[in-house]
Design a protein around this ligand. Structure first.
Ligand SMILES: Cc1ncc(COP(=O)(O)O)c(C=O)c1O
Length: 250
C-alpha cells in the first residue's frame, strides 16, 4: 500500500470530527481499511494513551469494518509490567504488531499476531525471503517466554518501573513532566536543546538515553527488563548528575 494512502492524526486526537465526516456519504471520506495506534507512543514522546480513547478508536474501526491494529513493538513483551502494554483494557485488537523484545535479547525478530479470520493461511515456509527471521532470535525469543510462566518477572518489572518513576519525579524541575508505564519512562523536559545536552552528558558518562518526542525534548529510559537494582540506580545516578551538570555548569 503506498504510504500516501495513510492519514496520520495526532496522538489523542478526538474522534468527533471524524465520526461526522464518515457519517456523511457526501463528505468524500471512504471508510479506512485499518486504524493503527500505539497504546504507548514511544518515539513520539512516551505518551500513554487513555483507555477510553483507545476503546473509542476500537469502536470507530469496528463500526466501519476497519481492522483495529495495536502497535506494541516497543511497549509490548513485558516492557510495561504486563505482557502487552494494553492488558486489562478489554481492547480486542484484530492485529498486534510485536518486535524488539520478542527476540529475547536484542537480535532482530518481528511478529504480527492476527485473529485467525484475518489470516492469509500461508503454509509453513511459504512466506520466505532473505531476512525473514534468524535462528538465534527464534531460540532466544522462545527462552524469553519462560519469564512469563508466572507473574514474578512482571511484578519485578513493575517494582523497578516504580523506582524509575519516583526517581525521575525527584529529578524533574518545575514545568517538567514524567510519563510512562512500567520500565518505559520518559522525562519531558519541555526543552529540546536542554534534553539534547542531558542525553550527551549521559553518553559521556557511559549511559545511553534516547531523546524522543517533539524536538527530542523527552529523555526516554528503556533499560533491559532484567537489569538489577544496582545497575538501574547507577544509571539513574548518572542521569541525575547530568541534569545537575547541564543546569549548573561547573
Ligand atoms: C512502536 C514502533 N513501531 C514501529 C517501529 C518501526 O519498526 P520498523 O523499523 O521495523 O519499521 C518502531 C521502531 O522503533 C517502533 O518503536
Amino acid at each position: 500500500m503506498p504510504l500516501n494512502h495513510v492519514e496520520r492524526l495526532p496522538f489523542g486526537h478526538p474522534l468527533q470530527g471524524m465520526e461526522e465526516a464518515y457519517a456523511d456519504p457526501s463528505s468524500g471520506y471512504e471508510p479506512p481499511a485499518a486504524i493503527l495506534v500505539e497504546p504507548i507512543q514511544a518515539e513520539g514522546g512516551v505518551n500513554v494513551a487513555d483507555a477510553e480513547w483507545l476503546k473509542a478508536i476500537r469502536k470507530f474501526a469496528k463500526d466501519r469494518g476497519a481492522l483495529f491494529i495495536l502497535d506494541d513493538i516497543q511497549a509490548g513483551c513485558g516492557r510495561t509490567g504486563s505482557y502487552f502494554s494494553f492488558d486489562g483494557m478489554d481492547l480486542d485488537p484484530d492485529i498486534i504488531t510485536l518486535a524488539k523484545g520478542i527476540g529475547g535479547f536484542g537480535t532482530p525478530l518481528a511478529m504480527n499476531l492476527n485473529k485467525p479470520e484475518f489470516d492469509k493461511h500461508w503454509s509453513p515456509g511459504e512466506h520466505t525471503g532473505t531476512f525473514r527471521g534468524q535462528g538465534i532470535s527464534f531460540i532466544a525469543g522462545m527462552v524469553a517466554m519462560d519469564y512469563f510462566k508466572d507473574d514474578a518477572f512482571m511484578a519485578d518489572v513493575r517494582r523497578k518501573g516504580d523506582i524509575m518513576e519516583s526517581r525521575l519525579k525527584k529529578m524533574a524541575r518545575p514545568g517538567m513532566e514524567v510519563r510512562g508505564k512500567g520500565m518505559m519512562q520518559g522525562l519531558d523536559t519541555k526543552d529540546g536543546a536542554f534534553a539534547k545536552k542531558v542525553v550527551a552528558e549521559c553518553f559521556n558518562k557511559g549511559l545511553l538515553l534516547g531523546g524522543c518526542g517533539s524536538e527530542g525534548r523527552v529523555a526516554k529510559l528503556i533499560p533491559p527488563l532484567t537489569i538489577d537494582d544496582a545497575d538501574l540506580n547507577e544509571g539513574l545516578d548518572i542521569m541525575e548528575a547530568a541534569m545537575q551538570a547541564v543546569l549548573v555548569p561547573a
